[in-house]
Structure formats: C-alpha cells, structure tokens
Design a protein around this ligand. Structure first.
Ligand SMILES: Nc1nc2c(c(=O)[nH]1)N[C@H]1C(S)=C(S)[C@@H](COP(=O)(O)O)O[C@H]1N2
Ligand SMILES: [Mo]
Length: 388
C-alpha cells in the first residue's frame, strides 16, 4: 500500500461522529437565522458600499439612515460568528462522507458530479463567509495586514457569499424544510447531557452576547458592555476621535492664522479666513458621525451651510470636491454630491457642542452632512471646488 492509500484508509468516516446533539433539526434552525443575518449584512453592506461611491447615493434623509444601516451591518455580522461555528460543527462529519461513486463507474457520474458541485458550493460559501467576517473585523480594528483595497474586496466577496448562499439554499431546500418541520427531534440528545433544544438556546444566547458586545458602539445605553466595539470611548463633545491630527499629519501650523478656506468654481476663487467664516450666518444641527466600523455618535454641530458657501460663488446646486489639509491618505479628498451640498443640514462645521472644534475633530472646519458614512465627513477642510 502506498502512503496515500494508507492515509485514505485511516481517514475518519462520517459514521464515527456519533454526537446525538447533531441533527438536521438543529442545523436547519441555526441555518435559518444565519441566512437571515447574512442577507441583512448583504443589504446593509450594499448600502454602505454605494454610499461611498462618488455620486452613488442621493438620499439625505433620514439623517440617521447610515447610522442605522451600518450599525446593523456590524452588529448582524458579529452575531453570525457563534451561529456559523455551531452550524459548521453540526455538519462537519459530512466532510468525511463516502463519495457518491467511483469515477471509474460511468453510471455513478451524475451522482458524483452533483456531490462535487455541492461540495464546491459549500466550500465557496464557507470560505467567503469566513473571509468577510475576518476582513470586516480587522477593518473595524483598523489593522490592514493585506495589500488589497478593503472596500472593493469585501464588496466583491459579498456577492460570492450571497450567490453561494442562494445556490446552497436551492440545493438543500428539501432538507431545510424537513429539518424545520421536525420539532420532536429537538427533545432528543445524548442520554446524559443537554438536549438539542438546550444547544439551540445556548447558540442564541452566544449570538446575542456577541451582538450586545459590539452594539454599544452605536447604542449608547449599551456602551459599558461594548467590549468588542472599536471606538466605544468618547472624545470632546461626546464624539470619539477616529484619526487624530497627528496621525493624519495635520499640524497646528497648517491650521494657524494664515489658514484660508478656498472656494472654487472654474477659475473663480473666493478665499475666506476663519473670522470670515464666523462672520457668515451660523446654523446649529444635531447630526451623527457614523463610521463604517460600526460605531456612531451624535454631535451638536455649528457652522456655515455649504449651500450658503455655494451662493458666495454664485452657483446653484453642484457636486463638490472637498480637499483636506491632510496631505496623504484615502480620505484627504472626497466628493460631496449636489444633493448633500444643497441640503440645509449640511454644514461646514466650526464648533462641536458649543466649542470650537478640537484639532483632532477637524479644526478649523469640517464637513458634517446628514445620512453619510463617517469616512466622507471630511476633517480639516481647506478647499471646496465645484466639479459639476
Ligand atoms: N481628512 C480626514 N477626514 C476624515 C478622516 C480622515 O482620516 N481624514 N476620517 C474619517 C472617518 S473614517 C470618520 S469615521 C470620521 C470620524 O470623525 P471624528 O474623528 O471627528 O469622530 O472622520 C472622517 N474624516
Ligand atoms: Mo470611519
């Protein structure tokens, strides 16, 4: 016997996994909730993706829309982890299932092909789902041990997950229904030990705890429980600081008395000092910062309406390019579509909670707009330019 034959002969067999906690009734019930949460993360993730595309999203209401959808995205994603682990545990003996036939036996080819296709679909689903959970968690932790773009990759793999999930549900529909109908199987279990019902309840509790441990980043009464949340501490004005001025390479000097905000439309330019900005009509709005990482916080912002700045340039609603004093990095130049630029709630904020912005919150001025991802609430703004 060759080494390969020996290893194959010694590999585990499906029948050797005898835990009576495993059951189609358990797998189907965990799978149902897992499937619902995956669809929820897909839909909310899609909203987040298009919201970050230049010109991809036009809805400025509700003001808390992105806060809700991105909060749900991260909470639902986190809650899937225990469900995924239990579901994989409940089915993994199938990895060692005998193959549906020998490739040498022509009459077995169609069964073998189906089994292989199913296994590939499940492999794609599991691998893509794990990739999403790991990459999402690392993004929230702002740790990028990879060279690819997080957003485009996380988005592309989301389509693999949703496609493989649809295929999986289609192929397993009969078994799913059978498992869900079977209630009596839940009272069964090992002779001594928990029943399958207890296993299910523990799974829901674990999933709920995971959700609560991250939800405090968005739902302030849960803040003290938010051990998994990336930014649950608060900063000036009750708003956490994401990237500090030092980390963004923005210095006190750049924001000193020589600071001028430049408004530009074609070759016309208007240059405003901080005193000029304070001399314009001031408005106060309560708007959240809602980060893609899943944390969010409400702030009371005071400043000049971006629409008023556009009227200084004598232009109507326009798309704007927003340039930060920050020299490098993906967020140093962003686009503000005309729907947001024209909205009376969109401010070039000078104050947070009645006090001048701290340097870390974007002093001398920052964008704050309703229903926008935090990444586009550009800090340390130095130039607003009409682009269309
Ligand atoms: N210039 C600049 N603006 C920026 C960022 C940045 O890195 N550079 N980070 C963005 C991100 S990801 C978020 S969530 C918010 C956070 O704002 P805060 O630090 O005031 O809470 O600022 C946004 N504005
Ligand atoms: Mo963010």
């Amino acid at each position: 016997m060759s080494l390969i034959d020996t290893l194959l002969a010694r590999r585990p067999r499906e029948e050797q996994f005898t835990s009576r906690l495993r059951s189609l009734a358990v797998t189907a019930r965990v799978g149902r909730i897992l499937g619902i949460l995956i669809v929820l993360t897909f839909v909310t993730g899609w909203i987040s993706h298009v919201s970050q595309e230049p010109g991809g999203w036009f809805f400025t209401r509700p003001t808390w829309g992105y806060r809700l959808t991105q909060g749900l995205h991260v909470i639902a994603g986190t809650a899937t982890v225990p469900l995924l682990l239990v579901k994989l545990w409940s089915v993994y003996p199938r990895l060692f299932q005998a193959s549906a036939g020998s490739p040498r036996d022509r009459s077995a080819w169609s069964a073998l092909a189906r089994q292989t296709a199913e296994r590939l679909a499940v492999a794609a689903l599991v691998a893509a789902t794990i990739f999403q959970l790991v990459s999402g968690a690392l993004n929230s932790a702002q740790w990028y041990p990879w060279a690819f773009s997080f957003r485009s990759t996380h988005y592309a793999v989301a389509w693999i997950v949703i496609g493989a999930l649809a295929l999986h549900i289609g192929l397993r529909w009969g078994q799913i229904r059978e498992g869900l109908r079977d209630r009596r199987a839940l009272d069964d279990g090992p002779p001594e030990g928990p029943t399958r019902r207890t296993l299910l309840r523990s799974t829901w509790v674990a999933s709920g705890l995971a959700a609560v441990a991250v939800a405090g980043g968005t739902i302030s009464p849960l803040r003290s429980l938010a051990v998994f949340s990336s930014r649950s501490g608060t900063g000036p004005g009750g708003v956490p600081i994401n990237r500090t001025a030092a980390a963004a390479g923005v210095t006190e000097a750049a924001t000193g008395s020589a600071f001028r905000l430049v408004l530009a439309a074609g070759d016309r330019e208007v240059s405003l000092s901080l005193a000029d900005l304070r001399g314009l009509p001031q408005h106060t709005e309560r708007l959240p910062i809602a980060c893609v990482e899943g944390w969010s916080a409400m702030g009371t912002w005071t400043g000049v309406r971006v629409a008023d700045l556009l009227s200084l340039l004598e232009v109507g609603p326009s798309d704007l390019r927003v340039t930060s004093l920050q020299q490098r990095g993906a967020f140093s130049v962003t686009e503000l579509p005309s729907a947001f630029a024209a909205d009376p709630l969109t401010l070039l904020a000078l104050d947070l909670d009645g006090e001048a912005l701290s340097l870390d919150h974007g002093y001398p001025c920052r964008i704050i707009a309703p229903n926008r991802p935090g990444v586009l609430q550009t800090k340390w703004v130095q130039r607003l330019e009409v682009i269309g």
